[in-house]
Design a protein around this ligand. Structure first.
Ligand SMILES: [Zn+2]
Length: 73
């Protein structure tokens, strides 16, 4: 569980970040299941949103992949 670093409210996690076509904005959306993953895939950028103050935090979805990469050096 993530807590907001600004106001300590419990955050909504696992949301997607998308760039709609022909748009200059990024949107935070409900999560979608992804299909085939490329070899160098380290995970998707995910978002957590604080319902208290609107603070948005981003994080990597697949920590196992990036930890393995670090280990392999
Ligand atoms: Zn907050």
């Amino acid at each position: 569980m993530r807590r907001c670093i600004r106001c300590d409210t419990e955050m909504l996690e696992g949301l997607d970040i998308k760039e709609p076509m022909h748009s200059s904005v990024l949107r935070v959306t409900r999560p979608e299941t992804s299909g085939i993953m490329p070899k160098n895939y380290f995970g998707d950028m995910k978002a957590a949103v604080c319902p208290g103050c609107g603070y948005i935090e981003t994080y990597l979805s697949r920590l196992d992949k990036i930890r393995q990469y670090k280990k392999d050096g």
